[in-house]
Design a binder for this molecule. Structure first.
Ligand code: SAM
Length: 206
């Protein structure tokens, strides 16, 4: 992924390899964007909380965290559907999504890639994803960020719709939430958690 990004980005663009649920870049940003459901690759909700903590710490006041989520509804629908097949160039992609329980969905992916010899080779991969109820995600970001909007892919505001396939979260750090006096206040020294907020220490990357 980083090699592909390196090819596409201007020379000198900094790239970092780190765990998104626990990182400290030692700097802050105006906007943090995590799209194409990157967060669904974290299988435990404590890691989602770790990501929210890290993103919060790395934002300037007034800054935005924007991320999208594949919903549980969407993964459940995919898991109840038959295998799909797509052709790209002379190659074929087969995907089946399996419900592996405890909110984890495994994507069984098979690529049949045409070789110069005219034969196909099979490239199999299993990608593990997880999703959690909208209200659970909403509560976790509400605990940290002062202003949160949930938006559907068509731009409409999400209220209580649990049939969407993807939800976008736009979270503002404006420095007025209770969270700001605890973990968020330690932006420049990630890992220091106020003893007055011990319940957040479990999500703290340290
Ligand atoms: C669906 S892709 C997201 C693509 C990317 N956001 C983009 O815009 O092209 C998910 C990516 O998250 C990476 N990933 C999975 N777990 C991760 C973790 N704990 N920390 C950082 N990246 C992770 C995967 O390797 C994969 O490259």
């Amino acid at each position: 992924m980083l090699a592909v990004a390196r090819e596409k980005l201007p020379d000198g663009t900094p790239l970092y390899l780190a765990d998104m649920s626990s990182f400290n870049l030692g700097m802050t940003f105006d906007v943090i964007v995590c799209v194409y459901h990157g967060i669904n690759h974290l299988l435990d909700f404590s890691d989602w909380e770790g990501f929210f903590d890290c993103a919060y710490r790395h934002l300037n006041y007034g800054g935005l965290l924007i991320f999208d989520v594949i919903t549980m509804h969407s993964l459940e629908m995919m898991a109840s559907s038959p295998q799909t097949a797509q052709q790209f160039a002379d190659n074929y992609l087969l995907i089946r999504v399996r419900d592996s329980g405890r909110a984890i969905f495994d994507w069984d992916i098979e690529v049949f890639e045409l070789q110069p010899s005219g034969k196909y080779i099979l490239i199999p991969e299993v990608i593990r994803t997880a999703s959690f109820p909208r209200e659970m995600i909403r509560k976790a970001v509400d605990e940290r960020f002062s202003d949160v909007s949930t938006i559907a892919s068509d731009g409409s505001v999400v209220a209580n719709n649990d049939t969407l396939s993807r939800i976008w979260f736009v979270c503002t750090k404006n420095g007025t939430s209770w969270y700001d006096s605890g973990v968020g206040a330690s932006c420049s020294s990630a890992g220091q958690v106020s003893p007055s907020q011990p319940q957040l220490a479990a999500g703290d990357p340290g």
